[in-house]
Design a protein around this ligand. Structure first.
Ligand code: CP
Length: 303
């Protein structure tokens, strides 16, 4: 059975194939025919043990545009609340003849664990602070769409690198495609051995922005912190928040990204998030085509 558990398990050719397939689906979506009959005999379960807006809706839409049958499961309204385990939950869902599971879970490695124990294709829609592969794919795809290529571009990731699955998956994806990657944030929110992934570290936001072609702004993941990692939100914003004033001091116009959800006024001000430098909503738009591509490519192996 084939899975998408993390970018760590992909190579450059896999990413190229996903992007070519996404190009095709984006073209289909942009025509008035929004739906293709490709996966009429496939059933997909979206099981979410953590909150989501973009990923959940975008997977559901991608599945429906491919004509798959879709069931949605939200842990908070399920028998998980009565003590049912992850494996029992998924095996019960699979016994209803489900072919593919899209799962978001708060525990790192939950998708890998599931893939070892159940007989279905698993797509990781975010596992704790580990990986969020489809987010990284749509991020790189959006950079390629905006700048023509990812190779050789300077991509900065700003914020809570330590708790971010988006950061880790982006680092793997960007490095595979030949981008230069730098991270910027408070020292306490940058993993100690991050340089071993081929990434450099800069703690001065202005210097980091001056270096980059693209800045991907991340949210502080308070829900994953047992203690506060920086003095106060106000101090974080002063040192690491992007606003129009700091962008105006740069000698070039950079591309601004954010995976969402945005905490407006904390890591990014509204005038930047909503500016013509921002491709935040293009990222969301591309998420549907990327997820159609991933589902299509995995489903073609189980059919
Ligand atoms: N980017 C992202 O994963 O957003 P959601 O948590 O809303 O799915």
């Amino acid at each position: 059975v084939n899975h998408l558990l993390g970018i760590k398990y992909l190579n450059q050719k896999d990413i190229e194939l996903i992007f070519e397939t996404a190009d095709h689906f984006k073209e289909v979506i942009n025509r008035s025919i929004k739906k293709v009959p490709t996966l009429r005999d496939i059933t997909i379960a979206n099981i979410f043990f953590e909150n989501s807006t973009r990923t959940k809706l975008s997977f559901e839409l991608a599945e429906k545009r491919l004509s798959a049958d879709v069931i949605n499961f939200s842990a908070s309204q399920s028998s998980v609340k009565k003590g049912e385990t992850l494996i029992d939950t998924v095996n019960n869902i699979l016994s209803m003849k489900v072919d593919m599971v899209v799962m978001r879970h708060p525990n790192p490695g939950a998708g890998i664990f599931l893939a070892k124990h159940v007989n279905a294709s698993i797509i990781n829609a975010g596992d704790g602070a580990h990986e969020h592969p489809t987010q990284a794919l749509l991020d790189s795809y959006s950079i390629k769409e905006k700048l023509g290529t990812v190779a050789g571009k300077n991509v900065l990731i700003v914020g809570d690198i330590l708790h971010s699955r988006v950061a880790l998956s982006n680092i793997f994806a960007l490095k595979l495609q030949g981008a230069n990657v730098k991270v910027c944030g408070p020292k306490t929110l940058i993993p100690k051995h991050i340089e071993s992934l081929g990434v450099s570290v800069e703690t001065n936001l202005f210097n980091a922005l001056q270096w980059c072609d693209v800045a991907n702004m991340l949210r502080i993941q308070n829900e994953r912190m047992e203690v506060s990692y920086f003095p106060s939100t106000r101090e974080y914003t002063q040192q690491f928040g992007v606003n129009k004033a700091i962008l105006d001091r740069l000698d070039k116009q950079i591309v601004i990204m954010h995976p969402g959800p945005i905490n407006r006024g904390v890591e990014i001000t509204s005038d930047v998030a909503d500016s013509n430098q921002s491709i935040i909503l293009e990222q969301v738009e591309n998420g549907v085509a990327i997820r159609m591509a991933v589902i299509y490519l995995l489903a073609s192996k189980i059919k």
